[in-house]
Design a binder for this molecule. Structure first.
Ligand code: MN
Length: 732
């Protein structure tokens, strides 16, 4: 090595020595020299010499507390891909452990995540396999990506966006899942700066504006807390820290959840770290005495750790200045896990034994995803499940007995029921949230107490639409397997109906039964199913989605019909023909069908509506802007099942609608509401009122109405009642 590198190595060694860890400097120096020699003459886009990059990656790896082999592998991570070095060279010089890690990092580097879903799924699968073999591979890859993101300014615009998106979708969630918080947050913040620079600057500006006030506030809080703790628990070791939420964290709350900067409670947080779990709860008690806690904002991640093993107590309190802030209380050990996640296993241990429990739990997650992949053959399903399982946030809800259930954001009561036990999910007939009955697609919020209502009636089971209402893999696959097992004959029947209908719609016609059978047997074989009944059953329970395989079926059919010169009869064109009305609704092209008004959006005459052909339960009618109606039907999984629908002229007289009334909690309010309805001759079916914070009340009523216009009149009248702030239609 010539002198400039010699000097650089000196600085690198100093850095390693400052890390409080023991390293094999002989091996590391050799790797350093090899890296500099092999990359000699190569430049990065920034015009820096290339070797600077692997050295920076190695520093990040050392900061995380990884071992000498990892530091060496980080130094060598680009040599096999970008220089003449072979894996055999690495193995000879640095041993098979280093070689194996370098091989893993090189292979992941070749995968592309900015691609079609199927390829992306395959890439993620390969990465998970590499992670399962040696988790150090992915930690080095994360460090590599972090340094590349730190220097992303030198990339061309389009590439910058691609990399940022890939980082946000794949790498940051993995860092999150492995619990490596600083890397996760930095990756996200740089990505947001690339993808939405204006919002990024806005948040940065807001934080700067508030900097003076907030640091003054945090200082005061620190003084009050340390003073009080010294008084109450003088012999207990505690440490005080404060932190500001990451820009991405604020970004999500402001631009995704639509909250104002001032409404975010946990922008500023203070952290108290102590020695034992018991003292964590003691300190919590003291904090709730010192500051006023905000109700329902207490989270106990000590008794229920997050899936990435994060543990801490969180509570939000209001300080003297009236500014809410979060207090996090945890032990020193929990703090290590919170900051370093899976990397913490190396940091304070010499070597990692196979019986390390936390490590096993982390790896179990990887295995589970790989297993699920073997069950479903469908790539888009795989990618979706990985994204859900890697989802950033979790919600926590509680059973009436006080058990905490941890679910991904967007989970519904269906997911909750199946998370308790599959028997609970199967027997579910409804759910109560905080004592009130909710629709089955109710999206769970943290802190809700959820009671699942079940029945013991024989033959009762889940409904098929639950597969679409559930978000977790666990619930979906349990519902599917129930249908697969319990309802075989019904599945066959439904699958058969679906095939017949779709064939007719697409003009797939056969001269005789035998050639149809032959054709169907061929489709079954392609789906790895034994016979036609199996095919019908699979379509019936949703294991095979007909809409997805239909294009290739059509191709096949066209080929065969050309060969046999069969005359293809075009199907009778029926669209846009209005036919007979059922229950006040006309469904395009279908004469006598069972109509069901969906509970999720409860459409009323006057609303724009659309129909969905359910499996065996007629057509369900939704509002066009219902959340369960895909924005772009042509791109949705089953476009053919959505069908135009209109309100007929001769409507039945009434429909049910629910209204939510926010008002001052005053005496006689309920009486005034019912009197107003009586005066309008509107039938009241249910009324449910409860007080909220700040002396207000929330009243939900269900009434009969003739349609949207009529409902508007009812709302206007109710709004005139003394003390009423707002009246809103529910099920939007
Ligand atoms: Mn690299």
């Amino acid at each position: 090595m010539d002198s400039v590198y010699e000097k650089d190595y000196g600085a690198f060694k100093d850095f390693l020595e400052s890390q409080n860890a023991e390293f094999n400097y002989e091996l590391i120096r050799k790797a350093y020299e090899f890296c500099v020699t092999m990359h000699k003459g190569q430049l990065r886009r920034s015009n820096e010499e290339y070797y600077i990059h692997p050295v920076c990656v190695a520093k990040i790896v050392a900061q995380l507390g990884l071992d000498s082999e990892s530091v060496c592998a980080a130094l060598l991570h680009d040599t096999v891909e970008d220089t003449d070095t072979t894996l055999e060279d690495i193995e000879k010089l640095f041993g098979d452990e280093v070689a194996l890690i370098v091989d893993g990092v090189t292979k992941i580097g070749r995968l592309s995540f900015v691609s079609k879903e199927e390829q992306q799924a395959e890439s993620i699968r390969k990465m998970l396999i590499a992670m399962g073999k040696d988790i150090r591979v992915i930690i080095i890859k994360l460090a590599d990506r972090l340094h590349n993101m730190r220097t992303i300014d030198f990339m061309p615009q389009q590439k910058r966006r691609d990399k940022a998106l890939e980082t946000l979708e794949v790498y940051a969630p993995i860092a999150h899942r492995l619990g490596i918080r600083p890397i996760k947050e930095e990756l996200e913040d740089i990505s947001i700066a690339c993808l939405d620079p204006i919002a990024y600057e806005e948040i940065e500006g807001l934080l700067n504006e508030n900097f003076k006030d907030s640091s003054r506030m945090l200082d005061t809080v620190k003084d009050r807390i340390t003073e009080r703790l010294k008084e109450e628990m003088p012999d207990v070791k505690t440490e005080f820290q404060s932190r500001v939420k990451s820009i991405n964290g604020i970004y999500r709350k402001m631009f995704i959840q639509g909250r104002a900067f001032e409404e975010i409670y946990d922008i500023y947080a203070v952290r108290i770290i102590t020695d034992t779990v018991a003292n964590c709860y003691n300190i919590l008690g003291i904090m709730h005495d010192l500051f006023r806690p905000i109700p329902n904002r207490f989270k106990d991640y000590i008794s229920t750790p997050k899936p990435n093993l994060y543990q801490s107590l969180h509570t939000t309190v209001i300080g003297r200045e009236g500014v809410p802030f979060e207090i996090q209380i945890r032990t020193f050990e929990m703090h290590e896990t919170a900051e370093y996640g899976i990397a913490a296993h190396w940091k304070y241990k010499v070597g990692v034994s196979g019986s390390d429990k936390g490590m096993e739990q982390q790896l179990a997650w990887i295995r589970q995803i790989l297993d699920t992949q073997n069950d479903t053959g469908d790539a888009s399903e795989i990618i979706r499940s990985i994204k859900v399982d890697l989802a950033q946030d979790d919600v926590f809800a509680v059973t009436p007995r006080g058990d905490v259930i941890n679910l991904p954001v967007g989970a519904t009561v269906v997911d909750f029921a199946f998370a308790i036990h599959s028997a609970v999910g199967i027997k579910m007939v409804g759910a109560k949230v905080d004592g009130r009955i909710v629709p089955i697609n109710h999206v769970i919020k943290t802190g809700e107490i959820i009671e699942i209502l079940t029945t013991n009636q024989a033959g009762h089971g889940p409904s098929r639409d639950w597969i679409n209402i559930a978000v977790t893999n666990q619930a979906k696959s349990k519902i599917r397997s129930w249908f697969k097992k319990e309802k075989r004959s019904e599945n066959i029947e439904n699958g058969k109906i679906e095939i017949e209908r779709e064939f007719k719609r697409n003009g797939i016609v056969f001269e005789n039964e035998a050639s149809l059978k032959e054709f169907l047997t061929d489709i079954a074989k392609r789906q790895h199913l034994e016979n036609i009944d199996e095919l019908y059953a699979a379509i019936g329970y949703g294991g095979v989605v007909l809409a997805r395989i239909l294009p290739s079926i059509k191709d096949n059919y066209n080929r065969i019909s050309k060969q046999n010169k069969v005359i293809v009869t075009t199907p009778e064109i029926t669209p846009h023909r209005r036919t007979k009305a059922n229950d006040g609704v006309i469904v395009e092209g279908i004469d006598n069908c069972l109509i069901k008004f969906s509970k999720c959006c409860a459409p009323l005459p006057g609303d724009d509506i659309i129909g969905f052909i359910t499996r065996g339960h007629g057509v369900s009618i939704h509002k066009c802007d219902c959340i369960n109606v895909p924005k772009n039907i042509d791109d949705s999984p089953e476009p053919a099942r959505w069908i135009n629908a209109y309100w007929a002229d001769n409507l039945p007289s009434t429909f049910m609608a629910s209204l939510q009334i926010t008002a001052i909690d005053r005496q006689g309010l309920i009486l005034d509401i019912s009197q107003t309805l009586i005066n309008m001759r509107v039938a009241l079916h249910s009324i449910n009122a409860h007080p909220t914070k700040k002396g207000n009340s929330l009243t939900v009523i269900t009434v009969s109405t003739e349609g949207v216009e009529h409902l508007k009149n009812i709302i206007t009248r109710l709004e005139k009642i003394h003390g009423v702030y707002s009246v809103e239609r529910l099920n939007k």
